[in-house]
Design a protein around this ligand. Structure first.
Ligand code: AMP
Ligand code: MG
Length: 337
């Protein structure tokens, strides 16, 4: 199949493809999403095929008006409503009991559905002009780093999808924060730009799923099926180094070898004796979030074998960066006191 690359003045073409059951990669404020008509199970199944995504991993449905909630969901708890009032449109996904209209392909057989109202103007225009709800996971090959530019999507999915709308670089650069209302107490399943603190300021204490910090234990059924799969990983091996700057630099310089690169902060570059890929300034978690996925891709562009990565901070938006990097590293961390 030929994959058309469309500019933002051609979204009518993207809309036509979506309305006729095709799949199109679209820009959002988080990462590029691979979209299909969420109410057409056949169209949605094309997403799984193109990405190589396991069929038991459910999708987020994207909406552009609040009326959609009543159509897609059977219950809208007060706390969930409060969060949408504060953070929508924006990078927050809420999981609610689903209505009968949701095809099994979207919810992967669960009795819930994940919903998000994106803030990106182009995403909203595509949803509104199509008159559809759009199921859209990240538009990458399953397992590889999420795409934050049209070029990333093209490299992963050219020939497998109908079109890509090129809307430039994604602002946030990490996927949405995901919170579930499937149980009595709201629970964070995936950290993102909307932080735990910001959420708790609106609805009080929430639970945090263990998988946010840790590898899923064997024989445990994950709250979010996506958590059990390998994620965000380039071909090179990533090893997280949890230490201060000085010890990180010493460690990397002592392990200088062919094929070794450093995934570091701007401040580390001058002192490192290996090729460096910086994912931002030490104290700027938002910048790190916006760069981390393209940096993970650059590691492979350099044909590196091993990347020693500075361990990000685990608070605020830093927690989301940490959550992605630790998965990219297959949970391999070296702690240096
Ligand atoms: P992505 O498709 O890359 O944006 O990831 C979406 C994440 O949300 C995956 O980890 C999914 O497993 C998770 N997810 C989507 N729908 C649900 C649901 N109904 N219940 C639990 N997790 C969900
Ligand atoms: Mg994904």
């Amino acid at each position: 199949m030929e994959t058309k690359v469309l500019n933002t003045l051609e979204i009518n073409k993207a809309v036509d493809i979506l309305k006729s059951g095709g799949i199109v990669a679209i820009p959002t404020e988080t990462v590029y999403g691979l979209a299909a008509n969420a109410l057409d199970g056949n169209a949605v199944s094309k997403i799984f095929k193109a990405k190589g995504r396991p069929m038991d991993n459910p999708l987020i449905v994207h909406i552009a008006d609040m009326g959609a909630i009543n159509i897609l969901c059977s219950n809208f708890p007060d706390k969930a409503r409060k969060l949408t009032e504060k953070f929508w449109p924006g990078p927050l996904t809420i999981i609610l009991p689903k209505s009968n209209i949701i095809p099994d392909e979207v919810s992967a057989g669960l009795d819930t559905v994940a919903v998000r109202f994106p803030s990106h103007k182009i995403t909203q225009d595509i949803i509104k002009e199509s008159g559809l709800f759009l199921a859209a996971p990240s538009a990458n090959k399953s397992g590889s780093p999420s795409p934050t530019s049209a070029l990333h999507v093209f490299k992963d999915l050219n020939g497998k999808i109908d079109a890509i709308v090129d809307g430039g670089e994604c602002e946030v650069g990490l996927e949405s924060t995901v919170i579930t209302f499937a149980n009595d107490k709201p629970k964070l399943l995936r950290p993102g730009k909307v932080t735990i603190n910001e959420i708790e300021n609106v609805i009080g204490k929430i639970d945090i799923d263990d998988s946010v910090y840790n590898k899923l234990k064997e024989n445990v059924i994950p709250s979010s099926p996506g958590m059990k799969y390998k994620h965000y990983a380039p071909s090179a091996k990533i090893i997280l180094i949890n230490s201060d700057s000085e010890k990180y630099i010493d460690y990397v310089n002592n392990h200088k070898d062919s094929g070794v690169v450093a995934l570091c902060y701007d401040e580390d570059i001058d002192n490192l004796n290996v090729p460096c890929i910086s994912y931002g300034k030490l104290d700027d978690s938002k910048e790190q979030a916006s760069k981390i996925f393209s940096c993970l891709r650059k590691i492979d562009d350099l044909n590196a074998k091993v990347a020693y990565a500075r361990c990000p901070k685990k608070d605020g938006v830093g927690l989301a960066v940490y959550n992605r990097l630790i998965r990219a590293a297959g949970f391999e961390v070296i702690n240096i006191e």
